[in-house]
Ligand binder design. Structure first.
Ligand SMILES: [Zn+2]
Length: 244
């Protein structure tokens, strides 16, 4: 392997699979108990994403809500058939701080069952709703590792009023859990300026990106180079990063 090829960055691309009415910012407009009455628009985005990935010969990780997997099992199977990774985004987009430890265990089990019913293997990875794995919900790493998850991709190394671990290493790292286990963290990709980190999907003041990870909008320009996160589980430190 040539040195140039050896140091080629990996593009671990990921998407959260949820309905527009499930996002945190629209909770007031779409209460949880009314979700089943809201028309689905999921296929609009998913059809386009899956087609774009297919044209590019690229792979990705899809973090499914259990609620979605129960109602759209064919979509889970379609992702798997196309060679993508299906992982867990929790059952119904609850925040970790609201679930608590026991609640997360229940939420994960329910999501695992939904994914299994849809034909997916046990998920290797997890992404918390709205990046709510923070210093105050660090116990979530213990729960995930104990249940057999290999990686998490929930930490957002930015300063934000609702989430974020600003001092977290933006590269890939191993997190030691309280029970002595380890789990790999693929933090959400950030672009680093001289003074702060920014979500990579937002415009940074200057183009001093800390990594070459693709954003969903640019992934098709790097033909064939994006991969599911699980395929990057054992890279050298900092050689890949996850993008949502
Ligand atoms: Zn989400």
């Amino acid at each position: 392997m040539s040195p140039a090829r050896e140091h080629r960055p990996l593009h671990a691309l990921s998407f959260d699979v949820e309905e527009y009415f499930q996002v945190a910012n629209l909770r007031a407009q779409f209460p949880r108990e009314g979700w089943d009455a809201v028309p689905s628009r999921l296929s609009i985005g998913m059809d386009r994403i899956l087609s774009a990935l297919d044209r590019a010969g690229a792979g990705a990780t899809f973090f499914f809500l259990g609620w979605i997997a129960e109602r759209h099992p064919a979509l889970v199977r379609r992702c798997i058939a196309a060679g993508h990774e299906v992982a867990s985004h929790g059952y119904d987009h609850a925040f970790l701080q609201d679930l608590g430890r026991a609640g997360l265990e229940e939420d994960l089990a329910r999501t695992e069952a939904a994914l299994a019913s849809a034909g997916a293997p046990f998920p290797r990875g997890f992404r918390a709703s709205t990046f709510t794995l923070t210093r105050s919900t660090w116990w979530a790493f213990d729960v995930l590792a104990e249940r057999g998850y290999r990686y998490d991709s929930s930490v957002h190394p930015v300063r934000h009023p609702d989430y974020g671990v600003p001092d977290f290493d933006p590269g890939i790292s191993r997190v030691e859990t309280g029970s002595g286990r380890t789990i790999v963290e693929f933090p959400v990709t950030t672009a680093v300026d001289t003074s702060a980190s920014f979500p990579a999907s937002s415009p940074a003041p200057r183009s001093r990106s800390s990594s070459a990870a693709a954003s969903p909008g640019s992934s098709t320009s790097t033909r064939g180079s994006s991969i599911p996160i699980s395929r990057a589980l054992r890279p050298r430190r900092g050689s890949a990063s996850a993008t949502t």
